[in-house]
Design a protein around this ligand. Structure first.
Ligand code: GDP
Length: 370
């Protein structure tokens, strides 16, 4: 049997030659399946491990391939579903999306709505999203807030897709880890019995190739591999520590009444110094399990070096963590200080701050979400 076989988890072409490359499956395993004529259930070794042991093995991700795919969308008539992570908007940005996809209409999906505190107003959240993507030159024809994991609003999303696609192909695009695969699974569950065919995991970079799903009404939904964002803290952590980053449940905002000359540490990964300005509330929106510590600015440096990897963990090991680097921020209005991939701290207007992330990562400032 010389037919090309694809992993049903990630869509990679199956091969038994190079263990380090996408789609690797040991020859013996492949033969076993072929003998049973069971090619419908073939997973590559990586997806198999991911599914059964939640264990990740890294595969080089080829961003060029991703760009080529996106560009091919621009040459077709398609509805583009752009999925962003509401908790990690800055990590969801695809800078040149407009150029890539041409004039095709965009349906913007804010995923992981289950993580956002229920006190947030969804209309305001949509307005906020609209403003954010406008900066990227994007004017979505509709915005839906969903939770692919909790299956919230999936029916509304499906209705929108059906309304907007008008016979066109549907492409799902997004950076890695925004939840594209989970979303597609959710759509599949709502619509047919192709269940859980796509690999989902806690680890960035798991969707590899195009995956095509036929729609009952004709046409297909096409999942694309995500592009990896390098402005993310996850690259410095071990897989076992990633659980402290992406929250699993609704975030409980943690409120600190701070005065000037105080410091907040987000475990050992980030730091915010309140240099000057009137005292006020600083509200931390990060994983509920991530340790947040308040201290005096004058003691912060000593404290950090003494407790890094212990009280201030993650990281457990400092070996791969570059030193924290400061950026000066002065706010005019109420703002969110966004720590790539970790979450954000809402800060008052008219304050002077120093925000720290491991060297190489950028802190971002945006008008406050609420
Ligand atoms: P992809 O790389 O964009 O395909 O992302 P995945 O579908 O593999 O999801 C990445 C991670 O986000 C996984 O750990 C998912 O469980 C998680 N995830 C996906 N959708 C949601 C959601 O709606 N809410 C929450 N809390 N997590 C989600």
């Amino acid at each position: 049997n010389e037919e090309a076989l694809y992993c049903i988890g990630c869509g990679a072409l199956l091969q038994s030659q190079q263990q380090q490359q996408a789609g690797y499956i040991p020859e013996a395993t492949l033969e076993k399946y072929l003998a049973q004529d069971n090619v419908q259930e073939l997973y590559c070794q990586r997806c198999f491990r991911l599914r059964h042991y939640n264990e990740v093995s890294a595969v080089p991700l080829n961003d060029k391939h991703f760009q080529q795919l996106l560009q091919s969308i621009g040459k077709q008539q398609a509805l583009v579903i752009y999925v962003v992570d509401l908790f990690n908007f800055s990590g969801s940005v695809i800078k040149k999306l407009r150029q890539y996809i041409g004039r095709n209409p965009i349906l913007l999906v804010g995923n992981k709505a289950d993580l956002i505190p229920s006190s947030f107003n969804s209309n305001k959240l949509k307005d906020w999203l609209r403003q954010q993507v406008k900066k990227l030159g994007l004017h979505p024809v509709a915005i839906e807030l969903v939770s692919a994991k909790k299956l919230t609003n999936i029916d509304d999303l499906l209705k929108q897709i059906m309304k907007l696609r008008q016979g066109k192909k549907v492409y799902v695009v997004g950076t890695t880890n925004v939840g594209k695969s989970t979303l597609i699974n959710a759509i599949i569950q709502a619509h047919s019995d192709w269940q859980n065919l796509i690999t989902t995991s806690n680890f960035p970079g798991t969707t590899l190739n195009e995956i095509r799903l036929p729609l009952a009404e004709g046409g297909e939904i096409i999942d694309t591999p995500g592009i990896m964002h390098d402005n993310q803290i996850s690259q410095f952590l071990a897989p076992s520590e990633l659980k402290y980053l992406a929250p699993q449940q609704e975030i409980h905002p943690r409120v600190f009444q701070l005065q000037a000359q105080q410091t907040l540490f987000l475990a050992g990964l980030a730091r915010l110094d309140f240099i000057s300005g009137p005292s006020g509330s600083f509200v931390v929106y990060v994983n509920n399990q991530l340790y947040v510590h308040r201290t005096k600015l004058s003691q912060a440096q000593t404290f950090y070096h003494k407790h890094l990897g212990k009280l201030l963990q993650p990281p457990v090991s400092q070996d791969h963590l570059p030193p924290l680097k400061a950026q000066t921020i002065i706010t005019k209005v109420k703002s969110d200080i966004v720590f790539a991939g970790l979450g954000w701290i809402a800060v008052p207007a008219q304050v002077r701050l120093q925000a720290y992330l491991p060297q190489g990562l950028q802190v971002e400032v945006r008008p406050s979400l609420i």
